[in-house]
Design a protein around this ligand. Structure first.
Ligand code: ASP
Ligand code: MG
Length: 412
């Protein structure tokens, strides 16, 4: 029998009524002849509540207990979904991660899936089970402890199951009806894309678009899992949502597929650093050890043996980074004049595989921003994306200007 993976996010299973509603949707696929693996998130808000309880109980919590607690929201929705399906006379069974088992590394709260043996579920399907409802976001480590995959991790569970069970497709049901050219809350010209390439989706996800966990897109790309993002609130047709697929499966597309943003960025500059071989390693090694995720880096040309080193990072890591930089100064390992921090910036990026073959995207981007008087503070580029840091207060304006400049409201 063909297999399908259907994943439902927190808002789609937020209460019993919604669970019933999506159970009907699952019933439609069962009636079509699929064996279905359903991956569920916790009811919306639940995981945040659990995280809050952990932090309140123990500020420097034990990561193993964190995962034991925070993974529990999914157990509830998995059981409720199985019961709801049974009430509809659909043979269904719930599975927690360890029961499958979803084998992961032991990096608690950011574990990676290593293997999903298919025997247990296969045996149940062979006995007539039509739907396996699996708790997303969780797995089990070699030590036999419960692990979680990082926030938004149910997407990754879903893609991993689709790959392991050779599913025809992995449908991710969420509260938006697909992937948009940009956030529709920022411009009403944002357009839903029918298709987007894995690589574009990967960039958009890692640059701040929140529809899919980045890791899930990585996995889908690696295992060529056809991924569809669609709304659990709309009536569905076969062309609903957005298909995330190989670029060969996209006939026509714009040079730029979308504009992404990430609001909470900061920029730090070490002024007048005494330049010498090894200076970058001396700065960024300790930052990384301190758990700072440095994103963009610029080193200015040296003048009289001194240079400025600028880097960007998430705003909530500024404190940690400042401490690490202060320690560098005290240790005498890095000689610089002073540290300047600007915690009020945002990153705006344009993404598109068409950039590989089209020149002029960068100049068009810079011209559009300059026409709006938006100053660019840092630029970084890769093969299929260009990112800039701008003052946070101009973020929306920058996104709108770029969406207009690349005419993203029009189909390619
Ligand atoms: N419930 C988890 C979270 O809120 C995992 C998920 O929903 O994907 O992050
Ligand atoms: Mg999510």
């Amino acid at each position: 029998m063909p297999r399908l993976v259907m994943k439902f996010g927190g808002t789609s299973v937020a209460n019993l009524d919604r669970i019933k509603r999506v159970a009907k949707r699952i019933g439609v696929e069962v009636a079509r002849g699929y064996e279905v693996i359903v991956i569920v998130s916790a009811m919306s808000g639940k995981t945040n509540e659990l995280v809050g309880w952990v932090q309140e109980t123990s500020p420097l919590f034990d990561a193993r207990e964190f995962d034991a607690i925070v993974s529990s929201g999914e157990n509830v929705t998995a059981g409720l979904m199985a019961l709801t399906l049974q009430e509809m006379d659909i043979p269904a069974r719930s599975w927690q991660g360890w029961q499958v088992p979803v084998q992961t590394t032991s990096a608690h709260s950011s574990a990676r899936i290593e293997a999903i043996p298919t025997d247990n579920l296969d045996a149940k399907f062979a006995e007539g089970m039509k739907v396996a409802v699996v708790a997303g976001f969780q797995g089990v480590s070699d030590e036999g402890r419960i692990t979680t995959l990082g926030r938004g991790g149910s997407d990754t569970t879903a893609v991993a199951f689709a790959a392991a069970f050779d599913a025809e497709r992995c449908d991710i049901y969420t509260d938006v009806d697909g992937v948009y050219t940009t956030d529709p809350r920022i411009t009403d010209k944002a357009r839903k894309l029918d298709r987007i390439a894995f690589e574009e989706m990967l960039e958009l996800a890692s640059l701040g678009a929140k529809v899919l966990q980045t890791r899930s897109v990585e996995l889908a790309m690696r295992y060529k899992v056809k991924l569809r993002v669609l709304s659990s609130f709309d009536e569905q047709t076969d062309t609903s949502g957005t298909l995330v697929c190989d670029e060969e499966d996209i006939m026509e597309s714009n040079v730029v597929a979308g504009v992404a943003y990430s609001r909470d960025e900061a920029k730090m500059t070490l002024l007048a650093v005494a330049d010498r071989p090894g200076i970058a390693a001396a700065i960024f090694g300790p930052l990384s050890e301190a758990g700072v995720n440095v994103d963009m880096i610029i080193q200015n040309i040296s003048e009289e043996g001194r240079t400025d080193m600028t880097f960007s990072l998430p705003t909530d890591q500024v404190l940690r980074a400042t401490e690490a930089v202060d320690a560098l100064k005290t240790s005498g390992n890095v000689n610089f004049e002073k540290l300047e921090t600007d915690a009020e910036v945002a990153k705006v990026s344009v993404v598109g595989i068409g950039m590989r073959s089209h020149a002029g995207v960068a100049s068009k981007m810079f011209a559009a921003l300059s026409a709006e008087g938006v100053n660019i503070k840092v630029i970084s580029t890769s093969e299929i994306k260009i990112s800039v840091l701008v003052d946070r207060k101009y973020m929306e304006l920058a996104v709108q200007a770029l969406h207009d400049a690349f005419e993203l409201e029009k189909e390619g």
